[in-house]
Design a protein around this ligand. Structure first.
Ligand code: SAJ
Length: 421
């Protein structure tokens, strides 16, 4: 049973639902391959910006591509879905209080798409999701459209697959075309059709499997990283207790040909690694012991850093503290789930009478969560350091690395990133 035998033909039109950090670049890459793409988002301002070729968020190198596919008419944004040969769902999948997935965005997308589905249409879920979600999405589609069937032999067949996004924010232009893709359909025909779609713009290998394994593959990749960062974070706490420099320790251990320890930090941020492992935990509560513990270790790191800063503040009798960085990782402006931001917020709350001098070269103004505090100011790094006896290094942004080490002489430094080790 192949695409040719089933006479599914070429994919000429694609509808991408959700124009965020993943959906929009995906839509633009597909449009750049010559396919006509309608990108759909509920945010009207966002849609308007895109149709003017303007970036709704920062991603290096992406603006030129966006402008070009909008100008040549291959990409059009809209608030309404349109008929298409294939649909990609790239909407958020937050978790509920019990860490189970919140399906509301997927459900809303499926209900939107359902009325415009034609027999033979393909629907791909890209959003990171727990095992079984693609099947649930198919059930929602079929409940709305009982005339369609996921039986590949049916003339009214609906093809459904999962193809998780795997690009690293900040490197999307390289990784969107180059990364290998894991593709898992509800049946082999759905998998093949999704492979045809992704081959239009991706030069990486197409790794074919079933939907549940594809869902779990994505969660596994991010959990692998989370567990390994937790190992590094735990080592940093053990090393403090034993009076060992963790950066030297890791460097020495990494000389072993089969050891490659990641970097400790103030905790794990961003919208992926701090979230996705919980989907495994909620799918296998009893069994996912290590994955749960790793999450707890990483989530506990900001409180440990606060305790270290408190020791330094008390030792110095400091009335001013320099905080270097609030982004969730180096050289980006993204503050989502940032442990550095949460540490600064906790300091502001804990010490209303002390000045918290924040240096963050990637933003022009403090986020609302910090402007609420009178004692927090955004300043440049040299000013923050020279005015404070205690310096908390929370993000290792490149501009910080070029500061002379001598500016830290006599300072009590809590360096969570090993920037000057
Ligand atoms: N971090 C450390 N120590 C390290 C590495 C990272 O503390 O050695 C921290 C970072 O500072 C940051 C967090 O971990 O707070 C996550 O950063 P990251 O660079 O590891 O990952 P993300 O969240 O930007 O992107 C990840 C990527 N997944 C993997 O590398 C397995 C990316 O490929 C995924 O597409 C993305 O998650 C996603 O959307 O799922």
């Amino acid at each position: 049973m192949s695409i040719e035998e089933k006479q599914l033909g070429p994919i000429n039109k694609v509808c991408v639902v959700g124009l965020g950090y993943i959906g929009l670049p995906t839509a633009a890459f597909i449009a750049d391959s010559g396919i006509s793409v309608v990108g759909v988002d509920i945010n009207e301002r966002h849609v308007e910006k895109i149709n003017n070729g303007e970036m709704p968020f920062f991603e290096p190198g992406f603006e030129a591509l966006l402008k070009s596919v909008v100008a040549d008419g291959h990409l059009k944004a809209d608030t309404e879905v349109a008929e298409a040969d294939a649909f990609i769902v790239a909407v958020p999948t937050p978790f509920n209080d019990d860490y189970s997935v919140n399906m509301s965005y997927i459900e809303a997308a499926a209900k939107n798409i359902a009325p415009v589905l034609r027999p033979g249409a393909l629907v791909v879920l890209e959003s990171t999701s727990p095992p079984g979600t693609t099947e649930k999405m198919a059930e929602i589609l079929l409940a709305e459209r009982p005339d369609l069937s996921t039986d590949p032999e049916s003339a009214n067949r609906l093809l459904v697959a999962h193809c998780p996004e795997r690009v690293l924010p900040g490197k999307i232009m390289e990784e969107m075309a180059a990364n290998d893709r894991v593709i898992g359909g509800l049946n082999p025909l759905s998998t093949d059709r999704a492979k045809q779609l992704y081959s239009s713009f991706c030069n990486g290998e197409m790794l074919l499997t079933n939907a549940t394994t594809a869902e779990m593959a994505k969660l596994t990749e991010n959990s692998f990283r989370d567990v390994n960062i937790a190992f590094a974070n735990e080592l940093s706490i053990i090393s403090d207790k034993l009076g060992i420099d963790v950066w030297e320790l890791i460097e020495l251990a990494n000389h072993h040909p089969r050891v490659n320890i990641l970097n400790p930090g103030p905790g794990v941020g961003g919208h992926c690694i701090a979230v996705d492992p919980w989907f495994i935990v909620s799918s296998a509560q009893e069994e996912a012991k290590l994955i749960r513990t790793a999450r707890e270790v990483n989530d506990g790191k900001p409180a440990y850093v606060i305790a270290k800063i408190t020791e330094a503040v008390e030792a110095e009798g400091a009335d001013s503290i320099a905080a270097l960085g609030i982004a969730f990782k180096p050289d980006i402006d993204d503050l989502r789930e940032s442990p550095a931001l949460s540490i600064v917020q906790q300091m502001a709350e804990k010490w209303p009478e002390k000045n918290i001098l924040v240096a963050e070269p990637n933003v022009n103004e403090l986020p609302e969560s910090l402007t609420a505090y009178q004692n927090v100011q955004l300043v440049d790094a040299s000013h923050a350091i020279s005015s404070s006896p205690v310096v908390a290094v929370l993000v290792d942004h490149t501009p910080f690395k070029s500061l002379e080490k001598s500016v830290l002489e006599g300072k009590n430094v809590v360096d969570t990133r090993g920037m000057w080790s």
